[in-house]
Design a protein around this ligand. Structure first.
Ligand SMILES: CC(C)(COP(=O)(O)OP(=O)(O)OC[C@H]1O[C@@H](n2cnc3c(N)ncnc32)[C@H](O)[C@@H]1OP(=O)(O)O)[C@@H](O)C(=O)NCCC(=O)NCCS
Length: 140
């Protein structure tokens, strides 16, 4: 993912998330040197992910499959690629936050070896207030 891709990515993000990242969020990640990848199929963006390197750890910040292509293995395939990319960074653990109500993401993460290690209170904006985050981790 590069700056030139952000119009398309932000448009998809708004379709895929109730509380989407802003252009500024993506731009900040790119400027900070986070890993950011697009999966293209026949020239169109099918999925994308953003991951932050930290000493010994990789922090998965965003993984998204476009709605009409979900539930066909793309999220799982992308996650496996992210494990390899994180190992190439010498990370030994991957961390992420997820909304307790995000059934699809929770199922994906559990199925791929993530376990809950804690909660962050009021981490996410939510309708009428804030929502906790479940913090999950997986050894690499
Ligand atoms: C979470 C997300 C990335 C999963 O991508 P996907 O391509 O649909 O996932 P896959 O088809 O690879 O599914 C892998 C496993 O995840 C689980 N899963 C995925 N979608 C699910 C759903 N809607 N309900 C229950 N389990 C689900 C299943 O265990 C599935 O394996 P199975 O199909 O063999 O049962 C996708 O739903 C998405 O982009 N959601 C919106 C954005 C988001 O919430 N991202 C995560 C937080 S940043």
């Amino acid at each position: 993912m590069q700056t030139i891709d952000l119009d398309a990515v932000v448009a998809l993000e708004q379709r895929c998330h109730a509380f989407p990242w802003t252009r500024g969020n993506f731009a900040d990640s790119l400027a900070a040197g986070h890993g950011a990848w697009l999966v293209r199929e026949a020239g169109e963006i099918a999925a994308y992910a953003v991951m932050m390197p930290a000493p010994d750890e990789a922090h998965l910040l965003n993984i998204t499959v476009v709605p009409e292509l979900q539930r066909a293995g793309r999220g799982a395939a992308l996650l496996r690629q992210l494990f390899d990319l994180a190992r190439a960074w010498k990370a030994t653990r991957m961390l992420l936050e997820v909304r307790p109500g995000n059934v699809a993401a929770l199922a994906l993460y559990r199925r791929h070896g993530f376990a809950e290690i804690g909660r962050r209170r009021g981490y996410y904006p939510a309708a009428g207030g804030r929502e906790d985050a479940i913090v999950m981790a997986r050894e690499l």
